[in-house]
Design a protein around this ligand. Structure first.
Ligand code: UGA
Length: 439
């Protein structure tokens, strides 16, 4: 199948390479020349484990990259994979990149083509796009994406489920919708043959599935972080609590890791856009709890700054703070709404001298937070530090040797913002250890 993928970021670049690896002929389109140049040279323009290997394995015969929308002509299926960030100063999603992507490919669409929406959008957007596409003879399918950064290749090729939102009239899929579905089934023939569950539904449900899933994940994290607040007030241990309730299969242990909370380019902006959309639909009460989810999440960052102050005898002014981690989570160089950088910046603003390190995200972090100092290794960041904060749980930080790190710091004070270190081991090595929601 000839396919185009519009938007070559964390989602689109991986999707394009993955579809080519399934045997399709793919062209990836982006407005960012530097990104396209890198991809043309076989380089991943961002850090995503497995993507460089996938690009090398696929080669350039079936996978091309372009900034010219005319090169999408002849493709039968067009995946829209552009970002939908939070609108500046508002909770709503900014749909300008979706609009621009559709405008760019529109002149090259042919009757019978399928446009597949993968970007996360407010419910109702697909219906509008479908109507706008009607004169072109192309059909829209809404096919939300659930990949996690850091596992994007595997999640794309072996997703937990595939969701199709098809055009319907009175609850019945239209003939054009059935034809479009047959084309998308052919694109996904390999994963579907593996038995990956397929949920076929209407546009509204498909769009809601995506934001409902992210809202549930965000709620799960904020739930356990709310429990962490209770644990802090009572001397209880939130990690033991999470283990215990997680054994109940109805609850499950995944996404119950208390700590600095969620960040990234998805969960925070998605719950906010969802609340904004609910308000427009007149059902804001239904999602009022997401305000609390957001508030609990942001309180964790404040709590971390308070913890630093506590262990530094009441003030962080003039204190040297080493922050281990800049990415919003390990195995990514993505710093969008990173809890680690948010806390680092807060401490810096409150008078601390902050040095941040990260295995992959320093370049991105430096661009956005030029006031912070950066170091290449945890040892360099922690040199003469009054307190060390583990903010992103990279394996290399989980595996740090408390004795070796103890040699370079001024004071052995460790704040474990992700509850991944063994308190007994660090305390035995002479460190003051504080986790989040742990005694
Ligand atoms: C999230 C969803 O997990 C994906 O399913 C979805 O496709 C994606 O958003 C998206 O909408 O594109 P991602 O943003 O890559 O994926 O990151 P997650 O793995 O969900 O982690 C989000 C944040 O939650 C991170 O900051 C992480 O540190 C934090 N987290 C996660 C916790 O604080 N505790 C946990 O137990 C789990």
């Amino acid at each position: 199948m000839r396919i185009s993928v519009i938007g070559c970021g964390y989602l689109g670049a991986v999707h394009a390479a993955s579809m080519a690896s399934l045997g399709h002929e793919v062209v990836g389109l982006d407005v960012d020349e530097a990104k396209i140049d890198a991809l043309r040279a076989g380089r991943a323009p961002f850090y995503e484990p497995g993507l460089p290997e996938l690009l090398a394995a696929v080669g350039t015969d079936r996978l091309t990259w372009t900034t010219d929308p005319a090169h999408t002509a002849g493709a039968r299926v067009h995946f829209v994979c552009v970002g939908t960030p939070q609108m500046r100063g508002e909770f709503r999603a900014d749909l300008q990149y979706v609009e621009a992507a559709l405008a760019a490919i529109r002149p090259y669409l042919a009757p019978g083509d399928v446009v597949v929406g993968k970007s996360t959008v407010p419910v109702g957007t697909a219906e509008r796009i479908a109507a706008e596409l009607e004169p072109t003879g192309a059909t829209l399918i809404w096919n939300p994406e659930f990949l996690r950064e850091g596992f994007a290749v595997d999640d794309t090729l072996h997703p937990d489920r595939i969701v199709y939102g098809l055009p319907t009239v009175d609850g019945v899929t239209t003939p054009a919708g059935e034809a479009a579905r047959a084309l998308l089934d052919a694109v996904y023939a390999t994963p579907l043959a593996e038995g990956i569950p397929l949920v076929v539904t209407d546009y509204a449900t498909a769009q809601l599935v995506k934001v409902a899933a992210n809202s549930f994940l965000a709620t799960k994290i904020s739930f356990v972080n709310a429990m962490a607040e209770l644990c802090e007030a009572t001397g209880a241990d939130v990690t033991a609590l999470a283990d215990a309730i997680g054994h109940d299969v109805r609850i499950g242990r995944k996404f119950l890791n208390a700590g600095l909370g969620f960040g990234g380019g998805c969960l925070p902006k998605d719950i906010r856009a969802f609340m904004a959309r609910a308000g427009e639909l007149g059902v804001s009460d239904a999602l009022r709890f997401l305000q609390e989810v957001d508030a609990v999440n942001m309180r964790r960052r404040v709590r971390m700054v308070d913890l630093a102050r506590e262990v530094c005898d009441g003030s962080i002014v003039g204190r040297r703070v080493a922050v281990l981690g800049a990415a919003f989570k390990p195995n990514s160089d993505d710093i969008r709404d990173s809890p680690a950088l948010s806390v680092a910046a807060q401490m810096q603003l409150q008078g601390a001298h902050v040095t941040v390190t990260d295995p992959q995200a320093i370049t991105n972090a430096r661009t956005k937070w030029s006031d912070l100092r950066f170091a290449d290794t945890p040892e360099a960041a922690a040199r003469d530090a009054d307190v060390v904060l583990l903010a992103t749980e990279w394996t290399q930080y989980r595996d740090l040797d408390p004795h070796a790190l103890g040699q370079v710091v001024a004071h052995r004070r460790m704040l474990d913002g992700r509850n991944v270190l063994d308190p007994a081991v660090w305390r035995a090595a002479g460190w003051t250890y504080r986790g989040m929601g742990r005694p």
